[in-house]
Structure formats: C-alpha cells, structure tokens
Ligand binder design. Structure first.
Ligand code: GDP
Ligand code: IMO
Ligand code: MG
Length: 429
C-alpha cells in the first residue's frame, strides 16, 4: 500500500488540519513529518473546536494510529499540555500516538536562542513563532541535538546539561536578558510524561504498515512557500515542508507516494515577515482578514492577507508533484463585488511566471478579475447549488494550473466540505 501526502501550498494555515481530520477515517495511520509547535492545525466538528500543534490531526478518529515523525521537533512542555488537554476530553492519546525516537527535542535554551536572534535582527526579523524551531533544527544538522529516544538513556540529564552549556556559550554573543533555568523543572516533568508514550523506530513501523497493506496519510505543516530550500528565504521555517520532506521525515521511499493533496486558500495569507506579492493594504485586505478570521492559531497574530497568487500556486504544485487540489475558505470570498487572482508578475518591466529567487526583488502582480457572487457558500453542500460566478473562478484556477480541484471547503466544520464529482475541462474562460 501507499502513502498519501497532505501539504500546504502557500505560507501555512491553508486548512491542512481540517482536511487531515476529514480524510483521516480512510487511513489507519496518520503521521506528521516535519515542523513542531510552530504549527497550529484547527479542527471543527460536533460543535467543538480544537487546535493541534504537535499531535497529528488524526487523533480524534478511533482506530487511527498517529505518529510524530523523525522529521519533527518536539517541545516536551507544549507536547504535554496538548496531550493532557486531549486526555481531558476523553481521547486516549497514549494509545493512539507514537513518537519516533529520531524526532528532535526543543530545549528551553533553544527557545531563548530563537528570541535572542530575532531580537538581534531588529527590523529584518523573520517573525518566527519563537518556539525554538530554527535553533533546534540547527542543532540537528550541526549534529549536536537531543532526540526523543535519548530520554530513555541513563545519562540523559548529563546530555541535556552538555547541550545547554553549549547554548549558554552561544548566547553570550547577544545582548539579551534571559533565565535559562526558568522552565527547566517543567521541562523535565514533561520528559517524564513523554516516557509514558511508545517511543519507536518509526521508519520500521511505517514500512511494516505499508507491507501489511495499510494506507498512511502524511500530514505536512507550514507550506511550500515557507520551505527551507524553496520558500521565500530567509523568511522561511527551518524544515522541508515539501513532498520530499515526507520521505525524509518519516523514512519511507519516494516510490511509495500515491496521491499528493495540495491545500490552498481561495486567497492568500502570511503571518510573520517576508515577501507577499499580492498582499492588500486596503479595505479588501481587511475584509479578507475579518471574514476569514485571519488570526494565527499558534501566536494569535493578525495574518497578512491578499488575493490568490496563481504564479506562486503553480510553483508550489510543481515542487510537490500535486495530484489533487483542495481549495479552502471559498466562503470567505462571499460578498466581494470583484475577486482577483494574480496570473503573472511584472518584475523590472518584464512579465514573468517565475516565482523569484530573491526575497527583496520588487514584484507587481498582474491580475485577472472575476465577478463576485452574493450567495452564502457556507450552507451549500451540493456542487449544483454553487453560484455560476464562483464556478467560473474555480474553473479558471483549474485551467491555469492544469489540475482538478477535488474538494471545496466552504467553512471550518467537517460538514462544510464538498467532494466534487463533476470535472469539466472543455470550456474557455
Ligand atoms: P492549518 O495550519 O493549515 O491547519 O490551518 P489553520 O488551522 O492554522 O488555519 C485555518 C483556519 O481556517 C482555521 O481557523 C480553520 O478552522 C479555518 N477554516 C478551514 N477551512 C475553512 C473554510 O473552508 N472556511 C472558513 N471560513 N474557515 C475555514
Ligand atoms: P501551520 O502548520 C503559518 C511562519 C512564522 C514565521 C516563519 C518562521 O499552522 O500552517 P518558525 O517559528 O518556524 O521559525 O517561523 O514561518 N510559520 C507559520 N506560518 N503557519 C504555520 O504553521 C507556520 N509555522 C511557521 O510565522 O514567519
Ligand atoms: Mg496553522
């Protein structure tokens, strides 16, 4: 059996959590492959709302095994808090969740380094979530990190202090006040809590599942435009958010990938600093933020908003080998007189479809305009009832990127999801 992958195609917060939860009943195994508590994946069902940071979005489904993959970084304190909250609502987290021994641990001093280095960057800061993500991946690639499996070693505390000492030396370069011990007790208590989970060599587990005919759904965090290699560097996260990251972050071969679900919003958002070609600073931008409730699930920060960017979308589709598109938050565009999508960029007077390498190059998007619709999409459950103007917009996107949009999301709830059966490509626009 194969692995299907769910990934974000923009700058994160596309609605990956909702879709993984929606699809989860079809998969016995759901595995997160990168990122850490910088992610915030929101799920709405049965009149309840949940936000997951480190726990995969299959956790609410019975008979589903969830996995924290080796590509992830775990903050034990945040992990414990999240799991205890789930236990409090009756989810048997310890039965449904396993942790790869190879996942890396975020130490309290990683978070301090994140804050100190952002502070030192001043106006050119990344806008990090300050969860210690970058410094933890730096220690991973620098071959200094502590891994989840290490918590079982008798000299774990010594290893912790050895790494902490390195951090204290590193921190001397910054003029930044901190108390390294403030969270240490809570951190070690959380490590005790983590010892109650199954810590496994997940690369064997995943491949065994596949040979037994079990389907695996790999859940990405962040989005293609935040990828460490292909995103708007340096305004990116520190992991591989693209499809290749799923193989590296879980330990299965690329030949096992079947469907690649690319998730995008009907417009764009970004939280934190960095280029955003279609960003709006006018009342349309405010309307997108208000109607889309665009405030970060992890930090509460207001998200920057703008029109859909087809140049960036095509770039993300190519990088990931997307097979199926899923468009989220269609309902947020309800009531706009005109809806726009960028179809190319003007860069220094040249019209291009190339997503630029340089984060600082000035980009002027060239837009195509669409007539808006005045129907409430959030109550629609059948494709036939969708307004013609909205379908024109959908078909234009499909034609532009050469892929079908298989699912249209029209609200945050599980129920507000339209799986499309009709694909009509014969039309001109
Ligand atoms: P993720 O990080 O990709 O999982 O996305 P987030 O959960 O951070 O952000 C997506 C937000 O949009 C959440 O608040 C979701 O509840 C909400 N959401 C998801 N799909 C839809 C939709 O189709 N319409 C609306 N209005 N909200 C949605
Ligand atoms: P989900 O999985 C949106 C952004 C931060 C910052 C940059 C680097 O919910 O889509 P980091 O803390 O990783 O060093 O921050 O990346 N960022 C996200 N933006 N959604 C996310 O995750 C994000 N995770 C990180 O705002 O600009
Ligand atoms: Mg999010």
């Amino acid at each position: 059996m194969n692995v299907d992958v769910v990934l974000g195609l923009q700058w994160g917060d596309e609605g990956k959590g909702k879709i993984v939860d929606y699809l989860a009943s079809q998969y016995p195994v759901i595995a997160r492959f990168q990122g850490g508590p910088n992610a915030g994946h929101s799920l709405h069902f049965d009149k309840s709302a949940y936000i997951l940071h480190s726990v995969p979005s299959g956790i609410f489904r019975e008979n589903t095994q969830n996995l924290v993959g080796n590509g992830m970084v775990i903050d034990p304190i945040i992990f414990e808090k999240e799991c205890r909250a789930l236990e409090n609502v009756g989810i048997p987290v310890k039965d449904r969740l396993m942790i790869s021994k190879r996942a890396h641990l975020i130490l309290p001093t990683h978070r301090i380094i994140d804050a100190a280095s952002e502070h030192a960057k001043g106006a050119s800061k990344i806008g990090s979530t300050l969860k210690g993500i970058g410094p933890t991946y730096m220690d991973k690639t620098g071959r200094n990190g502590l891994r989840a499996g290490d918590i079982l070693a008798p000299d774990f505390t010594d290893r912790f202090h050895a790494l902490k000492s390195k951090h204290l030396v590193f921190l001397k370069q910054f003029d930044y006040p901190f108390c390294a011990e403030e969270e240490e007790e809570a951190w070690f208590k959380a490590i005790d809590y983590m010892r109650g989970f199954q810590l496994i060599q997940a690369e064997y587990y995943i491949n065994d599942c596949l040979s037994q005919g079990k389907r695996v759904l790999a859940e990405g965090a962040q989005g293609a435009l935040l990828d460490i290699d292909f995103g708007t560097y340096p305004f990116v996260t520190s992991s591989s958010t693209t499809c290749a990251g799923a193989c590296a972050g879980l330990g299965f071969p690329p030949s096992k990938i079947d469907r690649v679900y690319g998730i995008f919003k009907a417009y764009c958002t970004r939280v934190g600093s960095g280029p955003f070609p279609t960003e709006l600073f006018d009342k349309d931008g405010e309307a997108l933020r208000d109607q889309g409730k665009e405030f970060g699930s992890t930090t509460g920060r207001a998200r920057r908003t703008g029109w859909l960017d087809i140049v960036a979308l095509k770039y993300a589709i190519t990088l990931n080998g997307v097979t199926d598109l899923i468009m989220m938050k269609s309902d947020v565009l309800d009531g706009f007189d005109t809806v726009k999508a960028a179809v190319s960029y003007d860069i220094n007077g040249r019209d291009t479809q190339c997503f630029p390498y340089d984060a600082h190059v000035p980009v002027t998007p060239i837009y195509k305009e669409f007539k808006g619709w005045d129907k409430d999409l959030s109550v629609i459950r059948k494709e036939e009832e969708l307004p013609a103007e909205f379908l024109t917009f959908v078909r234009f996107i499909e034609e532009s990127v050469g892929l079908p949009i298989k699912i249209l999301s029209v609200g945050p709830d599980r129920e507000q999801t339209l799986v499309r059966e009709i694909f009509n490509y014969g039309q001109s626009y």
